[in-house]
Ligand binder design. Structure first.
Ligand code: GCO
Length: 433
């Protein structure tokens, strides 16, 4: 049995910077971030953590912390500036150097192919609304499989719901706002996943392949209220079922189908699509941060309900709910029949203000959050959940999408100073080898 993976996670747009260096093409986030007021303080990912130039320092930090795996994403437009066609050798070389260096440091590279950063040139032909983009993604994936032989894990997509948000709710790139677009983009994105996995199998690459879907369990404020229970079930069904049910159960569940019917939404889909989407995987990557309490009554304050039941909150307003990981694993297993190995591919907490003592960030609430998370993880393992690894989000404070640089998720700062939580994680890893 392979060793449990203790890792950290990042994503290209959030850390690389060098947005137009060495031939990189623009991504939709490079463009979206220039829309006035799209991002807090007008921040852009232009520089981020400059990991394009400073990745050796990142690896040195990881070595110090003692992780044995690193989850990062590859920028499609760095490798294919136009999304297709001509390969940018310098871009590809960057990932080769990064993975070689990781191998040297005995840190397993876990590569995500798509962390929301579609090449802008492909947005100009409709982005994920264009079914052909699914094939272009598979071509891009194949280039990565062929050129990065030392990767140990691949995930096709990270949190596909973010693409839905970008097409239906305007909040993320590319900033569209129609439910129909969200559903179509979702479908084409899932199709691209299935097609990429086919290419992966054909490539005979030795790594494992999977996909990353986040789970935020919705719980009813009042367990005895039928309306609250129904609302939580519907929100869970839509948020997770849009992905986990086509991926693992071969269908769109009734919440998704009923919503489309109700809203008279018809999307382009072919009869074989669900078969392609449901291709067998080696692992499922679970991103898990918290739970969400919901109430069907507009005048119920769920925060009060949480407090009355003994719950408490971090300074950033998040509930400090200790068992999010366990609950999410249960949802995957019980509601979506996930029965393959699982990696927690993201878990962490962000703060706008952190306390510094003698130049060191003393992020004690993050440590408390992590203690809870590790206890939940242990309980799950004891109860037989097949969890093989945990990736903390994130190695560094970075470009937190719409929140820009003001929301900090790192266990190290952008100038690569370890916070107290990095020391805590190090100790935890030593004790739990
Ligand atoms: C996500 C993304 C990350 C975020 C993190 C904190 O899963 O939402 O993968 O890019 O930065 O979740 O919000």
């Amino acid at each position: 049995m392979e060793k449990f993976l203790w890792g950290v996670a990042t994503a290209a747009t959030q850390i690389e910077g060098a947005y137009d260096t060495d031939g990189k093409g623009l991504s939709i986030w490079d463009v979206f971030s220039r829309i006035p007021s799209a991002i807090r303080n007008g921040d852009t990912p232009d520089e981020a953590c400059d990991s394009y130039h400073r990745f050796k320092e990142d690896i040195a930090l990881m070595k110090e912390i003692g992780v044995n795996a690193y989850r990062f994403s590859v920028s499609w437009s760095r490798i294919l500036p136009e999304g297709r066609g001509k390969i940018n050798r310098k871009g590809l070389d960057y990932y080769r150097r990064l993975t070689d260096e990781l191998e040297e440091a005995e840190i397993a590279p876990n590569i995500t192919l798509y962390h929301w950063d579609l090449p802008y040139e492909l947005q100009r032909i409709g982005g994920w609304l264009n079914r052909d983009v699914a094939d272009m993604f598979a071509d891009y994936a194949e280039i990565v499989f062929k050129n990065i032989p030392n990767a140990k894990m691949f995930a096709t997509h990270n949190e596909p719901i973010a693409t839905y948000v970008g097409y239906a709710l305007k909040a993320f790139a590319p900033g569209y706002g129609l439910e129909k677009y969200g559903r179509q983009a979702n479908h084409n994105l899932l199709l691209s996943h299935g097609k990429a996995v086919e290419r992966f199998r054909a490539s005979k690459h030795k790594a494992k392949i999977g996909i990353v879907v986040d789970i935020w369990n919705r719980v009813p404020a009042d367990k005895n209220s039928l309306r609250d229970v129904a609302l939580a079930a519907e929100q869970n069904g839509l948020a997770h079922g849009s992905y986990l049910s086509p991926l693992f159960c071969g269908e769109y569940n009734r919440y998704v189908e009923e919503k489309m019917k109700r809203e008279k939404i018809k999307i382009e889909r072919k009869s074989d699509d669900l078969k392609i989407i449901g291709v067998p995987l080696d692992f499922y990557g679970l991103n898990c941060y918290n739970r969400i309490m919901v109430s069907a009554c507009p005048d119920v304050d769920v925060r009060k309900v949480i407090a009355q039941n003994g719950g408490n909150f971090a300074d950033n307003g998040n509930e400090m709910y200790p068992d999010a990981i366990y609950d999410a694993l249960k949802i995957a297993r019980d509601d979506y029949k996930v029965n393959i190995p699982i990696y927690i591919t993201e878990n962490g907490i962000g703060f706008e203000n952190e306390n510094t003592v003698n130049g060191k960030v003393m992020d004690l609430q993050r440590i408390e959050y992590l203690k809870n998370a590790f206890a939940s993880l242990e309980r799950a393992k004891k109860d037989g959940f097949d969890v093989r690894g945990y990736f903390l989000w994130s190695l560094l404070d970075n470009f937190e999408w719409n929140a820009g640089y003001s929301m900090k998720f790192g266990i190290c700062t952008r100038d690569r100073k370890k916070k107290a939580s990095a020391d805590f994680y190090k100790e935890h890893i030593v004790k739990n080898q």
